[in-house]
Design a protein around this ligand. Structure first.
Ligand code: PNS
Length: 161
């Protein structure tokens, strides 16, 4: 029934928490689109091309995945790309307030045609976020196991440059 599932985010960079959700979300529909927001105002650490490249490398075992990017409103992307369901991850109650506000605003913008579906993060990754991973990495802490190995190699290469 569900054809196109969208998992959108900053992915700056993709973590193993994101990857866990991607693996699970890919089983829910025919196609899973991972949509990377350009977020120019947020000054991301990685360019949109780098973030997409890391996602493609980390998800090359998933046959029904497409990696794309967008700017502007999520609701516009959803409409223009015939998305059926939008996936979000919930790590803890701290995520809930922001997520319900966003889901309710998006429901209004979608005229209730599209559902936001929440998946609970695996407890192994409930403390993991891109921001905390970047902070630890830039201060020379060990982040092995928190991001896909290919992403860690990518980050090490970028920082050596
Ligand atoms: O990885 P993140 O930062 O949790 O992803 C948040 C994201 C990109 C899904 C959200 O900020 C978003 O949808 N941004 C696009 C702009 C938009 O639609 N804003 C209105 C949200 S109700």
């Amino acid at each position: 029934m569900i054809k196109k599932v969208l998992y959108a985010g900053s992915f700056d960079p993709i973590t193993n928490g994101h990857l866990d959700l991607i693996n699970r979300a890919a089983k829910l529909g025919d196609i899973l689109v991972v949509g990377v927001i350009e977020n120019r105002s947020k000054k991301p650490f990685f360019t949109v091309e780098e973030r997409m490249d890391m996602i493609e490398k980390a998800t090359d075992h998933i046959p029904n995945i497409e990696v794309d990017h967008f700017d502007g409103l999520l609701a516009h992307y959803v409409k223009q790309n015939n998305i059926d369901v939008v996936i979000r991850g919930l790590r803890a109650t701290m995520d809930f307030e922001y997520e319900i506000q966003m889901a309710q605003m998006n429901a209004r913008l979608y005229n209730n045609d599209v559902e936001t579906v929440f998946l609970m993060t695996s407890p192994d990754y409930s403390f993991v976020s891109s921001s905390i991973v970047k902070e630890v990495f830039t201060l020379n802490g060990d982040i092995k196991g928190l991001v896909p190995d290919k992403v860690l190699e990518y980050m090490e290469r970028k920082c050596k440059k």
